[in-house]
Design a protein around this ligand. Structure first.
Ligand SMILES: NC(=O)c1ccc[n+]([C@@H]2O[C@H](COP(=O)([O-])OP(=O)(O)OC[C@H]3O[C@@H](n4cnc5c(N)ncnc54)[C@H](OP(=O)(O)O)[C@@H]3O)[C@@H](O)[C@H]2O)c1
Length: 267
């Protein structure tokens, strides 16, 4: 089996290692040149940060774009649709890799949907990093929503309290639950996310598995910004989330986004 990994950082390095251990033909791609051969085959897993995605797609031959696999946090489906990438495979990662080459710490099964879902999930799971294919579109939407909730809730609490995930759990477990309950209607209202009935319990469970992690508010347009936008469109108020964002020092960014949204512009 051929595997191409674009961006060999923490996640990319994990996949290169898993591919080599499984005897796959692995190709690593950096910042330059085409990501994939026109006549090649197999998954092309993009392991860059979200803001590098457009550049990576531009370097991918049109005939190979259906082989792309995106594993970034955030809600990728609308971004893919807008660029004619509806055939791309999407992955929701529930694994932490602290630094390049560090052993992966899975906290739940990572979930994949699309053309290469079975191959990539099988590679990870076979290498000891729990993974599975999505049962259906609703299943994927719930996973995207659950991971987004985890990122938004633990990100803002971790930053506001300058605490690890484990320290947040020790003092703020009730607040984690309250924030998840506040966010759930916004997730349920979006076309590309859904609210798992066990959302808060799942967010707490994943947090326990990565208690050593220090989380902050990052990649705003893909994460918190997307959530605030979705909540505004759905008419869902997020007073708790807003208060924590202000406490974490994001008041100006929050106000700027709210001004844009009230003008009818995006995040
Ligand atoms: N790490 C985790 O535990 C974890 C968990 C779940 C999800 N994720 C998600 O997985 C994605 C990758 O995260 P990561 O932690 O592996 O990031 P990372 O360690 O920062 O690695 C990103 C890699 O992409 C490379 N890169 C940047 N721009 C590129 C381009 N235009 N073309 C090709 N390569 C490029 C970087 O190379 P340079 O060294 O040259 O900058 C780096 O090797 C992110 O979206 C993240 O949110 C990560």
């Amino acid at each position: 089996m051929d595997l191409t990994v674009v961006g060999v950082g923490r996640i990319g390095g994990m996949l290169v290692g898993l591919g080599q251990a499984a005897g796959w033909r692995v190709r690593s791609v950096g910042r330059d040149g085409p990501t994939a051969a026109v006549d090649g085959a197999g998954p092309v897993v993009v392991c860059t940060r979200n803001d590098d995605l457009a550049q990576v797609v531009a370097r991918t031959p049109v005939d190979r774009r259906g082989d792309l696999v995106f594993v970034q946090n955030g809600v990728l489906a609308p971004w893919c649709r807008a660029r004619g990438l509806s055939e791309a495979t999407l992955g929701v990662l529930y694994v932490a890799v602290d630094r390049v080459g560090a052993p992966p710490v899975p906290g739940a099964a990572s979930v994949f949907a699309g053309r290469h879902a079975a191959a990539v999930a099988g590679l990870m799971h076979g290498g000891g990093v729990w993974a599975r294919t999505a049962r259906d579109e609703e299943d994927l939407r719930r996973e995207v929503g659950t991971k987004l909730a985890w990122i938004c809730v633990l990100g803002v609490l971790g930053e506001a309290l300058a605490a690890t995930v484990g320290q947040v759990l020790e003092t703020q477990a009730d607040e984690v639950v309250a924030l998840c309950e506040e966010l759930a209607p916004a997730l349920a209202a979006g076309p590309d996310t859904a609210a798992d009935p066990e959302l808060a319990a799942r967010v707490l469970a994943y947090s326990r598995s990565v208690a050593h992690y220090r989380t902050t508010v990052k990649e705003w347009p893909w994460r918190t910004g997307w959530l605030l936008d979705q909540a505004t469109r759905a008419g869902v108020a997020l007073p708790r989330h807003r208060a924590w964002l202000v406490r974490a020092g994001h008041g100006e960014r929050l106000a700027a986004q709210e001004a844009r949204l009230s003008d009818g512009r995006g995040p």
